[in-house]
Design a protein around this ligand. Structure first.
Ligand code: SAH
Length: 294
């Protein structure tokens, strides 16, 4: 089955742009660009917010600032992008100070509005360098580790070019959004249905054309779509499942936390059909990788 198959995996756009009854030959609004640029997410978010009648999220406080005037039914107040941009720039500067050097990764981190991926009550903390709860005993990963894993995955022999990448553990969808700015196609699998749904609704306003979300057990990977130039695991197992190693392209790079109480970040490179190399990078802390779906 090819990646273009309509049934699987689920294109985000097919979820977002639900036809109103009959199928439409032409989309009702301009399509987002097929190849994302570092600006795409914020541009699309701004575009969508300006078109949407949904409440606008205040960039800093995370408050709804939709206001009703006496004569006008609803007046939408634009968010303060400058404020959110400044807070996000400070987050990116910290990530760079912690050692992430890849300019493309830092640009992607600057472009994705992280506050839209955490619940409103926590959006004031969205740009601190910490993991935050997203429900179901899971967390959004800390900004540094998101950037670091993507940087390591990009350090390939193709100068960082990535065609297909796979993420195991979509969670709230934040890392998938960052990945969408450094890879041509992003596939992301989540085993907890409500989180898969959460990621869909978080990503919907950003209208990112190159993300495919899949509900399922990521330990099995996506053999229908493989091989992948890069695979990132956002949850830690005692070892990396062989199925995922088999789905790496030759020269592909997989980055995964491995361990239980003590976890280390590992880089696995596929050097030939039957050969992989393994490099241990640094200590880390992730939620556990679990089999099956819930
Ligand atoms: N990528 C997220 C991090 C999510 S936390 C971010 O952007 O911040 C890790 C996620 O991995 C959790 O949502 C958890 O449910 C999921 N997970 C754990 N085991 C999994 C598996 N076998 N398949 C798919 N997802 C899994």
């Amino acid at each position: 089955m090819s990646g273009k198959d309509k049934r699987f995996p689920l294109p985000l756009s097919s979820v977002v742009d639900k036809p109103s009854g009959r199928s439409q030959a032409q989309p009702s609004r301009p399509m987002a660009p097929r190849v994302a640029t570092p600006q795409t997410a914020t541009q699309n978010a701004a575009l969508s917010l300006s078109r949407s009648s949904a409440p606008v999220i205040d960039a800093v406080q995370g408050r709804s600032v939709l206001r009703a005037a006496a004569s006008n039914p609803v007046q939408i107040v634009r968010p303060e992008p400058m404020v959110s941009d400044a807070v996000r720039a400070a987050m990116v500067a910290r990530v760079a100070k912690q050692g992430v050097k890849d300019a493309k990764v830092l640009a992607a981190m600057s472009a994705v509005p992280r506050h839209l991926f955490v619940e409103q009550g926590l959006s004031g903390q969205a740009y601190v360098d910490a993991s935050l709860p997203i429900g179901h005993h899971q967390t959004i990963s800390q900004p540094y580790i998101v950037a670091r894993m993507i940087e390591v995955m990009r350090a390939n022999a193709n100068g960082g070019a990535l065609n297909k990448v796979l993420e195991i553990g979509t969670g709230c969808g934040y890392q998938a959004a960052v990945l969408s700015l450094v890879a041509k196609e992003v596939y992301s699998i989540e085993r907890i249905k409500p989180l898969h749904e959460l990621a869909k609704s978080n990503l919907r306003p950003l209208r990112i054309a190159n993300i495919r979300l899949q509900y399922g057990d990521g330990m099995l990977g996506l053999p229908q779509v493989a091989p992948f130039d890069g695979i990132i695991l956002a949850a830690a197992g005692m070892e990396v499942p062989q199925a995922l190693l088999d789905q790496l392209s030759i020269g592909g790079r997989l980055v995964a936390p491995v361990g239980a109480q003590r976890q280390v970040l590992q880089l696995i490179e596929r050097v030939s059909k039957f050969e992989w190399t393994n490099t241990t990078l640094e200590d880390c802390h992730f939620v556990p990788l679990r089999p099956g779906v819930v």
